[in-house]
Write a protein that binds this ligand. Structure first.
Ligand code: ATP
Length: 298
C-alpha cells in the first residue's frame, strides 16, 4: 500500500534552533495516528511541514504522493486542518462560519448542515459562536476541517482544554470518521486519552522521534514493572524478600511483564477464596513519563 504521508530524514531549523530533528515515518491510509510530546516538542511544526505551510531545512516530505509545499488548491482541498487555536468570528453563527470557510475552500455549502450534524452541533447551528462552549468551538473547528471531504485530517491538539466528557465525545466522532476511511493525524500532550483512539503513537522529544508504535507496542517496549499485591488470610511466610508488607497489611512486589504469570503461579497455592489479589498494570501516564520524563503532563 502506498503511504499517504511519507517523511524521510526531515529536519527543520529556525536559525540555530532545531525544531524537528531527522524525523522519518510513513503513514498508511485510514489510520488514526497521534503525535505525542511536551510543549515545544515539535508537533505543530511537523503538522505545518505536512501541510506545506513551511518547508523542511533538509529531508523530503510526500503527502498524497506530492511535495506539500508545491501543492495547489486542488491538493489543499484533499486535506483538512484544525489549528491549535481555531478562530471564528464571535458574532457569526456556526452555520455562517461554515459557509464562510466552504466558500474559501471553493466547496459547496449544501453539505454544511450535515457536517454540523456529524459533530453534534445541528441544534446550535443558528446560535452565535460567542455563546458556544470551548468544546462546541472545537467541534465547529472539526466540522470546518471536514469541509470538502478531505482524505487526511490534521488536528493540532484538538482536545486541549476540553473537559473529560467533551474529550470522550470528540474521540467518538473521530472513531466514526476512522470507520469512514479518513486518515487522521492528531497531536496531543496526553497519552492517557489515546487508548483505543489511536492506531499508532509517534512520541516526539525535543524534535526527535523517540518511539513509534501502538499503545500496546509502546507498553511492551517500555517494559514497565507490574505491581502485584495480595492480602492473604494466612501468613505469607516463605515468600522472598521482594515481597514487602504495606501499611494496609497487603504483601506487594513489582515484576517484569514477562514474569507476571510465574509470580502469580508461585503465590496461587497460598491463596484462598476469600483472599484478595490485585494486578496493577502501569498506567498510560506512567508510560508517558517513561518516554518523556517525570514532568510529563497528562
Ligand atoms: N516560526 C518559528 N520561529 C522560531 N521558532 C519556532 C517557530 N515555530 C516553532 N518554533 C520553535 O520550535 C519548537 C517546536 O515548536 P512546536 O510549536 O512545533 O512545538 P509543539 O510540540 O507543537 O508545542 P506545543 O505543545 O506547545 O504546541 C519550539 O521550541 C518553538 O519555540
Amino acid at each position: 500500500m502506498t503511504p499517504v504521508v511519507e517523511l524521510a530524514g526531515v529536519t527543520k531549523r529556525y536559525g540555530a534552533h532545531v525544531a524537528v530533528h531527522d524525523v522519518s515515518y510513513k503513514l498508511d491510509a485510514g489510520k488514526t495516528v497521534a503525535l505525542v510530546g511536551h510543549n515545544g516538542a515539535g508537533k505543530s511544526t511537523l503538522i505545518r511541514l505536512m501541510l506545506g505551510v513551511t518547508r523542511p531545512s533538509t529531508g523530503t516530505i510526500r503527502v498524497l504522493g506530492l511535495d506539500p509545499s508545491s501543492g495547489g488548491a486542488a491538493f489543499r482541498n484533499r486535506l483538512g486542518f484544525l489549528p491549535e487555536n481555531a478562530m471564528f468570528h464571535p458574532a457569526s453563527t456556526g452555520r455562517e462560519a461554515l459557509d464562510f470557510f466552504a466558500k474559501l475552500k471553493g466547496a459547496a455549502t449544501s453539505r454544511n448542515m450535515a457536517l454540523l450534524e456529524q459533530v453534534g452541533l445541528a441544534a446550535a447551528a443558528d446560535r452565535r459562536i460567542d455563546a458556544y462552549s470551548k468544546g462546541m468551538r472545537q467541534r465547529l473547528g472539526l466540522a470546518q476541517a471536514l469541509i470538502g471531504t478531505p482524505e487526511i485530517l490534521f488536528l493540532d491538539e484538538p482536545t486541549t482544554g476540553l473537559d473529560p466528557g467533551f474529550r470522550r465525545s470528540f474521540y467518538e466522532i473521530l472513531g466514526r470518521l476512522r470507520q469512514s476511511g479518513v486518515t487522521v493525524l492528531l497531536s496531543s500532550h496526553a497519552l492517557g486519552e489515546l487508548q483505543g483512539a489511536a492506531d499508532r503513537v509517534l512520541v516526539l522529544n525535543s524534535g526527535a522521534l523517540i518511539a513509534d508504535g501502538s499503545v500496546a507496542a509502546l507498553r511492551a517496549l517500555a517494559r514497565l514493572p507490574i505491581k502485584i499485591s495480595f492480602r492473604a488470610a494466612r501468613e505469607g511466610q516463605g515468600l522472598g524478600p521482594e515481597w514487602q508488607r504495606q501499611g494496609d497489611g497487603k504483601l506487594t512486589r513489582f515484576c517484569e511483564p514477562n514474569e507476571k504469570i510465574a509470580v502469580i503461579k508461585a503465590i496461587a497455592p497460598r491463596l484462598e477464596a476469600k483472599d484478595d489479589l490485585e494486578i496493577e498494570e502501569p498506567s498510560l501516564d506512567d508510560l508517558y513519563a517513561h518516554f518523556l520524563g517525570p514532568e510529563a503532563e497528562s
